[in-house]
Design a protein around this ligand. Structure first.
Ligand SMILES: NC(=O)c1ccc[n+]([C@@H]2O[C@H](COP(=O)([O-])OP(=O)(O)OC[C@H]3O[C@@H](n4cnc5c(N)ncnc54)[C@H](OP(=O)(O)O)[C@@H]3O)[C@@H](O)[C@H]2O)c1
Length: 321
């Protein structure tokens, strides 16, 4: 059994990790660290876990755990690791943006299994991708893998309110979000950097813009993204490219009909649909921001890092209705 610790235990991504890890056949949950809830039972905060665990949030850490998940807001993971040393053998999976961009000062591997599986299997430190970044990367990286991103990429995406975390803000307040729709951070969303870096990893000379308009949707979970760019080949060529790029992917599938959130919410899947209109290729991608966009993908990466079957603990059931 692998011993696991979670830091930032009261938040949304930590809650999803708990739900998966408590049912994971190869994991023993050692501690759930929380600065705000130490001493309280885990099920008093993640209330659906009543009857599932007797764990209490901890104010102290076991520095010898096999794997540590950091579920902290941006900037706090790097600070936390500077202040707390762990065993030389502890593998660290960070869900924030802190280590997603490669820098000479850190050795974190970008955890998108669809492009980095071999590196992830060897990694001690892993930067889990962003939720929008996963949906957009999976939509456009097959094109980049063949040097076929010849032009700007235009992206429009919608996320549910859990994407913003547990802290209440004006735009996550029910009375603002309900019956509402709005765009934010147009052309400036923080995930554009990691997407651009991934595209350049596969298509070195890529220098066009990735124009991304994120939107806030009136629902709690899920990401729906449409991306389009110029494409000279036929639709059949594009479909063959995507089929072959994802032939070995455990959770990413090309489908031939409309994709929607009910297919993926509560699962670790990303579904893609490819269409062609004139000389434009349109790729629609859907996933659950808290699973394939965060905690599910983090467990997928943990499975790979510890040599387990990639899907262990992740055969989840969509809510659908
Ligand atoms: N939500 C998503 O869909 C999603 C998707 C992909 C990636 N992510 C990333 O995953 C990370 C966690 O997201 P989340 O949605 O779980 O956020 P969250 O619900 O806001 O939880 C973050 C947790 O961090 C701890 N915390 C808050 N302020 C802190 C501070 N100043 N210093 C140290 N710890 C602090 C708190 O835990 P305690 O009170 O228990 O200590 C809090 O519950 C973020 O970096 C986020 O960008 C989120």
């Amino acid at each position: 059994m692998i011993s696991a610790g979670i830091v930032g235990g009261a938040g949304y991504t930590a809650g999803e990790l708990l739900r998966i890890l408590l049912r994971h056949p190869e994991v023993h949950l050692d501690f759930v660290f929380s600065t705000s809830q130490a001493g309280k039972s885990v099920s008093s905060i993640h209330q659906d876990l009543l009857g599932e665990t007797d764990l209490h949030f901890s104010g102290s850490l076991n520095r010898e755990v096999d794997v540590l998940f950091l579920c902290l807001g941006h900037g706090n993971s790097e600070k936390f690791l500077n202040e707390h040393a762990f065993s030389e053998t502890t593998r660290i999976i960070d869900l924030s943006t802190d280590f997603r961009e490669s820098r000479p000062e850190h050795a974190f591997v970008y955890g998108l299994p669809e492009i980095n599986r071999a590196e992830i299997q060897q990694a001690q430190f892993l930067a889990n991708p962003g939720c929008f970044a996963t949906a957009i990367n999976l939509a456009i990286l097959p094109l980049a893998s063949k040097g076929m991103l010849e032009d700007e990429v235009h992206v429009n995406g919608v996320t549910g309110s859990t994407g913003a975390g547990t802290s209440l803000s004006g735009t996550t307040h029910f009375s603002w979000r309900d019956n509402n729709f709005s765009a934010y951070k147009a052309f400036e969303h923080q995930h554009i950097k990691e997407i651009t870096e991934n595209v350049k990893q596969l298509q070195t000379g890529f220098s066009s813009d990735i124009n991304f308009i994120p939107n806030r949707g009136n629902f709690s979970r899920g990401i729906h993204v449409t991306s389009y760019t110029s494409f000279q080949g036929s639709l059949e060529t594009a479909r063959e490219l995507y089929e072959s790029f994802y032939a070995d992917a455990a959770f990413t599938f090309l489908v031939d009909q409309e994709v929607h959130l009910k297919q993926v919410v509560n699962t670790n899947k990303c579904l893609l649909r490819v269409q062609k209109f004139g000389n434009k290729l349109v790729i629609t991608s859907v996933l659950d921001n808290l699973l394939k966009g965060a905690s599910g993908q983090a467990v997928q990466n943990m499975n790979l890092m510890f040599g387990m079957e990639e899907t262990t603990g992740l055969r989840l059931k969509a809510t659908y209705f």
